[in-house]
Design a protein around this ligand. Structure first.
Ligand code: ATP
Ligand code: MG
Length: 343
């Protein structure tokens, strides 16, 4: 049986990277899934607190992210949409997996290092890391593995930055199954063509919700004016011409990639580079920002409609219904797991 699971952190309003790298794929999978496929998409608030959050802000972002999922086309009657913290089994299975997960493997993961701006070869026991690194941030991939396994997910659609964690999740399955028998399912990673959308301010970094500079990302609720301002101020290079050359011109190339993801005739970034080779950067950026505004306009309307008529009610209703179904789904696995362990 096919089970699709994925999650997004309520650490801000989702951006183009989230959309093109993951969310768009979630909708595609929902719309092409046969009736026997189970789909679960979670607002992973337990993950969000691995970096300190303001409680009021977190509460707001949880709702905004849930509204985003519905506004992009996820149907709460078809896909199970839920807040991770309302399904306790995620945390329970995390503890169990922690008992067979390898510290050495976790030490090599890059996300805790990048979230703390540490070097790639940092170790959790370095004096520089020890003070800053919290246990939750370090063990985040174990919780992510539990998220996936507790629903017996077979397929996990994520952006490329998560492929290392998915690799680790498969390792968790192997370790658990080796110790207790073949009860957990190995998940397959699904990545979309937009594996990694880069920051508008630094094309060597991925676009992120939690990056302090809001100009580095286009969020799905940005107005045409905001989109225009951000695209116009996107960092390129000193050559005032359009060409696709990811090695030497990462800034412009990132913009061409963005345009290519929106292009209805499916032209590649390098094809678009030739098509627009006669434009200067300002002219090209205008074309890109118009295309972005256009493609986000339906979303924006939907989102504001949901938030306006909502006043808490509709989203609460979706979350309660989703939590109930997700708890049932998780419990099916937990019964097997507890039995296998000897509880
Ligand atoms: P944060 O900065 O708080 O980690 P984020 O922008 O990385 O936020 P997540 O909630 O961590 O977003 O990830 C949600 C999904 O979006 C994941 O599947 C992740 O792989 C994907 N994703 C995040 N950023 C990008 C990006 N720049 N390009 C493609 N996919 C992305
Ligand atoms: Mg992230």
């Amino acid at each position: 049986k096919q089970v699709i699971f994925s999650g997004i952190q309520p650490t801000g309003v989702p951006h183009l990277g989230n959309y093109l790298g993951a969310l768009q794929q979630w909708v595609r999978l929902q719309n092409s899934a046969g009736p026997s496929t189970k789909l679960l998409y979670s607002v992973v608030d337990l993950h969000a607190i691995t970096v300190q959050q303001d409680p009021k802000q977190l509460r707001q972002w949880r709702r905004e992210v849930l509204a985003t999922l519905i506004a992009i086309g996820l149907n709460p009657d078809r896909s199970i949409l839920f807040y991770q913290s309302s399904v306790q089994a995620h945390a329970e299975l995390m503890w169990i997996l922690s008992c067979t997960a390898s510290m050495g493997y976790l030490s090599r993961m890059t996300q805790w290092k990048s979230k703390l701006s540490l070097k790639d070869d940092a170790s959790p026991l370095d004096t520089g890391s020890k003070a800053k690194l919290k246990l939750g941030l370090f063990s985040y991939p174990v919780l992510q593995a539990a998220d996936i396994m507790v629903h017996r997910a077979t397929h996990v659609p994520v952006g490329e930055d998560q492929s290392q964690h998915l690799e680790f999740a498969r390792e968790c399955v192997t370790n658990f199954n080796h110790a207790y028998g073949p009860h957990l399912v190995e998940p397959t990673t699904i990545t979309s063509p937009a594996k990694r959308v880069m920051s508008l301010q630094d094309a060597r970094q991925k676009m992120s919700k939690s990056h302090p500079d809001p100009r580095s990302r286009i969020v799905l609720t940005d107005t045409p004016n905001e989109i225009k301002r951000k695209v116009m101020s996107a960092l390129t290079d000193s050559t005032n011409a359009v060409s696709y050359d990811p090695e030497n011109r990462p800034g412009v190339s990132n913009l061409l990639e963005l345009l290519s993801h929106l292009d209805e005739s499916g032209r590649t970034p390098s094809e678009l580079g030739s098509v627009y080779s006669n434009l200067n950067l300002k002219e090209f950026k205008t074309i890109l920002s118009d295309a972005l505004s256009e493609s986000l306009s339906t979303f924006r309307d939907q989102y504001h409609k949901i938030m306006a008529e909502d006043e808490g009610r509709y989203l609460d209703h979706v979350a309660i219904k989703g939590a109930k179904k997700a708890r049932e789904s998780a419990e099916e696995t937990m019964v097997l797991v507890r039995e296998a362990i000897g509880f």
